[in-house]
Design a protein around this ligand. Sequence first.
Ligand code: ZN
Length: 80
Amino acid sequence: MPKSNVCQPRVKKRLPLIRCECGAEILMVPDLEVMSNAIETHVREHMQKEKDPAQAEVVAERIRDELIVQVLKKASASPK
Ligand SMILES: [Zn+2]
């Protein structure tokens, strides 16, 4: 019996991702400026869904905090 020869794609080293509560994934990059731009871009997407500007601010702060906390956690957990 031949061994089953399932051709698996080489598993790439997983790049760290942070995930927003909406399910969107943001790729973590070592460049802080790029990272914060990516977060801000995503925060703006959330704000655009809110009709009430006050509510948009609340949502923006929550999303931004959540994403930044994830970045910090991943950054401190990743080996050098
Ligand atoms: Zn989101």
